[in-house]
Write a protein that binds this ligand. Structure first.
Ligand code: PBG
Length: 319
């Protein structure tokens, strides 16, 4: 059954389509480059975008057949409370309005987190000054819910909390419902691991924690049972899609979450995974196109219905 391309097609178990892929966009409030595009050194091909550049990029993504983008914001000013995250005139809110105006059929997902907006770089509010592991869960959840509502008001089709605080999915669901956004789905980053593979993203979003690390709220890479538990809790709280992140070192977790839940599963092929492929391809060590398509197919085979990836535009073009 492998002898010819037609036979191989006939028995192929996993298919990859542009419709399965979501493109992340970094939108900056104060563009550093007059062109509206600031290159990210460790992620060749990915730029920080002004709002108008983001509208253009979203249009290209849509034209290539991608169904959705997910927006990350880089505010002009960061502060201890991450106020830019829940400001109705914040960078993600403005970008959402602009993209929805220009491309109403493209889904806009918004990242719900504080780390891009806090001056200390942590994903929630700090309890004391500068003590490790001191993110205060419950007060952070309140602000995350405010951010989600503010994004929905701006026109976000889907909100995607990536902070890993306990109880935030339920709180976001309740806050959205109370504000009339009963139909806005939640893609929950349910199993987000404390990973070395977020390095380039933190350069892009300027969100490296000023002290300590995220191990007090993101998951221990050693734990699979806990990932399933987290996913089931998020479904109970009202998550419409559960997400595993990163993807490649966690393909087993994707499969376990897929088998244990009956909601769609998303996987995030993160910045470090992208950077590795780009660096190896630039060094002539591998064929980029073949490596990317194999990787994305593997993430789908593991059980992901949706793949968030910086390769989305390239992959859509190749497919
Ligand atoms: C946090 C967030 C991170 C990523 C997405 N959302 C970074 C982190 O937890 O440090 C990483 C995505 C990537 O590496 O591509 N809001």
């Amino acid at each position: 059954m492998r002898a010819t391309p037609v036979l191989r097609d006939l028995v192929r178990e996993t298919r990859l389509h542009a419709e399965d892929l979501v493109l992340p966009l970094f939108v900056e409030a104060a563009p550093q480059d007059p062109s509206g595009r600031t290159p990210i050194a460790s992620m060749p091909g990915v730029d920080r975008l002004s709002i108008s550049a983001a509208v253009q990029e979203a249009g290209e993504a849509h034209a290539l057949g991608l169904p959705a983008v997910v927006l990350f914001g880089i505010p002009e000013h960061k502060d201890a409370e991450g106020t830019g995250a829940y400001d109705d005139e914040g960078v993600v809110q403005l970008a959402t309005r602009a993209i929805k105006d220009a491309h109403p059929d493209l889904l806009v997902m918004t990242d719900v987190c504080l780390c891009e907006y806090t001056d200390h770089g942590h994903c929630g509010l700090l309890r004391g000054e500068g003590t490790e592991g001191s993110v205060d869960n419950d007060s952070s959840v309140e602000l995350l819910a405010r951010a989600a509502v503010s994004q929905a008001r701006a026109g976000a089709d889907v909100v995607a909390p990536s902070d890993m605080m306990d109880g935030r999915v339920g709180a976001i669901r309740a806050a959205l419902d109370e504000d009339g956004f009963t139909d806005t789905p939640i893609v929950a980053y349910s199993a987000k691991f404390a990973s070395a593979f977020y390095g380039p993203f933190r350069e892009a979003a300027d969100s490296t924690p000023a002290f300590g690390d995220r191990r007090a709220y993101q998951m221990d890479p050693a734990n699979g049972d806990e990932a399933v538990r987290e996913a089931l809790l998020d479904v109970q709280e009202g998550a419409d899609v559960v997400l595993v992140k990163p993807a490649l070192a966690y393909l087993d977790v994707i499969r376990r979450v897929k088998d244990a839940t009956n909601v769609p599963v998303a996987a995030y092929n993160v910045s470090g995974e992208y950077a590795m492929v780009k660096a190896a391809a630039a060094a002539g060590a591998l064929d980029e196109r073949a490596a990317v398509l194999e990787t994305l197919t593997s993430i789908r085979r593991a059980g992901a219905d949706i793949v968030i990836t910086y390769h989305a535009k390239d992959a859509a073009g190749w497919l």
